[in-house]
Design a protein around this ligand. Structure first.
Ligand code: CA
Length: 518
């Protein structure tokens, strides 16, 4: 009853703030705080609230139980810096200028933090930023340079660079709590972006989780040995296979026996990250892998057995990194509880894109296929969002900024291309909600994924690998793993024509112009 009444109030007046507890006296008129907890490369397949077969995430699950899980939150461009630029600006990549990880973010353009700051919010950005130029719109920022380091990470502020002791996920959480506790102007509502490096490659678990999953065999995905039989040539041109493109030292933590051995490729970078550890950290880290590494060297595995071994080592270290992120969510929720902030703080958990956890034989992201297209997005907004609810609406990261602004009672910028998710959070799906999502990937370089663009509807997905002028079409209802390309299948001729028309229209609206094509 109370929820229905509140949602009516909110519908009538977007600036009204929700409050489930009347005390303190002015709580009902208070605008909500926004805590955005964000990680890097966290697949929904590694979150139990999304039905993970491979791990449990009790703290993220708590958010899901108390809030809403979005089952179709789709990234517009599945790679780190571009996704972050989309989230800040509410604009697709072609409009915000960050098409790939090489582009510099233009901090002069409008962004959600600037708008919230102007609306009277205290704003802070802590952790992984990855946009090359300094953050704009934040009262306070302390960010990792570039990709950052897992152990004893350096951080950058407006004053310069300094090193922090400890493990990056814990340090980022400490700094976020420190700002909440003593750094912010408590007369203002806050907008805090707490952004983790984990679980980004190369996967170095923290001291608390080094031995998680020891002696356990993690289930393999059904498509680990995909042969790409019906796909475009792009699937065979990629360089992101667990089989052929994982580095023994850098990715898998199996160091060379000869410490003076000449190393190739990313293996050359492995020692740089490990050498940052204290002697104690290093001893614990090495001890965690020593016995398994010895057995691996002894076994001389080949073929599928070797791929399965690499998968186990990869996925366990990935999940150990995820466990640290889940701890962080728990610590932040506990802080809100202990300080009377839970009721009036919207808490969001998300990650910059999905990730391949062995699906199609891959790691990394980039593709428009579901494992890298789907982002986690869980929102707890007490008094507004029905606890334990789910949304199947097609939503995208371009919608985050308008959502936060509506929640704060502030206006979105007219150049923003996303749409506020606030009605969905109130349990209402507008009749004219989008029935198609646009995707465009631009990067040419590492992992050799061809640029491509596409459209996804509730049921179908069309992908155009335009440098090759080759197409894929999937019926996600009958083929959720996207193994059977139906492009030019007579049975789907009408669907194909419809999707092509949609793609052309969406590209004109949000995509790169023909002249700017690359
Ligand atoms: Ca990422």
């Amino acid at each position: 009853m109370r929820l229905a009444a509140l949602s009516l109030v909110l519908t009538a007046c977007a600036s009204a703030a929700p409050a489930t507890k009347p005390a303190p006296a002015d709580a009902a008129s208070k605008r909500p705080n926004i805590l955005f907890i964000f990680s890097d490369d966290h697949s929904t397949a590694a979150i139990s609230a999304y039905g993970s077969r491979i791990n449990r995430t009790p703290n993220i699950d708590r958010l899901a139980r108390e809030g809403m899980v979005f089952d179709r939150m789709l990234v517009t461009n599945s790679i780190c810096a571009p996704s972050r630029a989309v989230i800040l600006t509410g604009k697709h990549s072609a409009a915000n200028g960050v098409r790939d990880n090489g582009d510099l973010f233009d901090g002069g353009q409008e962004n959600v933090a600037k708008l919230l700051q102007r609306a009277g919010y205290a704003t802070a950005m802590i952790g992984k930023w990855h946009l090359k130029t300094d953050p704009t719109g934040f009262d306070h920022w302390e960010v990792l340079p570039g990709q950052g380091q897992y152990y004893r990470p350096d951080f950058v502020t407006a004053e310069g660079e300094h090193r922090r002791e400890g493990y990056v996920t814990d340090v980022t959480t400490d700094l976020a709590i420190e700002w909440l506790d003593s750094g912010r102007d408590e007369d203002k509502p806050f907008f805090l972006m707490c952004q983790h490096k984990a679980p980004h490659r190369s996967w170095l678990p923290g001291p608390d989780h080094l031995n998680d999953y020891d002696g356990v065999t993690i289930p393999e995905p059904a498509t680990l040995f995909d042969d790409y039989a019906t796909r475009t040539d792009a699937a065979r041109m990629q360089e992101m296979e667990i089989d052929r493109h994982m580095w023994t030292y850098y990715d898998l933590q199996v160091p060379p026996l000869d410490p003076d051995a000449k190393l190739d490729g990313p293996d050359q970078w492995a020692a740089g990250s490990l050498d940052r550890m204290t002697a104690e950290q290093r001893a614990a880290f090495d001890a965690a892998f020593a016995d398994e590494n010895a057995a691996f060297r002894e076994a001389g595995l080949e073929g599928r057995e070797l791929v399965s071994w690499k998968y186990q080592r990869y996925i366990k270290n990935y999940l150990r990194c995820v466990a640290g992120v889940d701890d962080s969510v728990g610590r932040l929720l506990d802080y809100l509880d202990a300080n009377g902030l839970a009721e009036n703080t919207i808490v969001i958990y998300s990650s910059d894109q999905g990730f391949f956890l062995g699906e199609h034989g891959w790691y990394d992201k980039r593709w428009m296929y579901e494992p890298s297209l789907r982002m986690p997005f869980i929102v707890r907004w007490l008094g507004v969002t029905q606890p334990g609810s789910r949304s199947a609406a097609l939503a995208q990261n371009v919608d985050f900024a308008p959502t936060f602004l509506e929640a704060a009672g502030a206006e979105a910028s007219p150049e923003m291309q996303g749409r506020s998710l606030a009605p969905l959070l109130r349990g209402e799906t507008p009749a004219d909600w989008r029935d198609e999502a646009y995707y465009e990937y631009f990067e040419v370089g590492i992992h050799a994924v061809q640029p491509h663009r596409g459209v996804r509807t509730d049921r179908y997905k069309l992908i155009h690998v335009h440098p090759l002028d080759q197409w894929e079409l999937y019926d996600l209802e009958t083929d959720p793993d996207e193994l059977h390309n139906r492009y030019d299948d007579e049975e789907l001729a009408d669907v194909q024509a419809d999707l092509k028309a949609r793609l052309e229209r969406l590209r004109a609206q949000y995509g790169e112009s023909v002249e700017g094509d690359r």
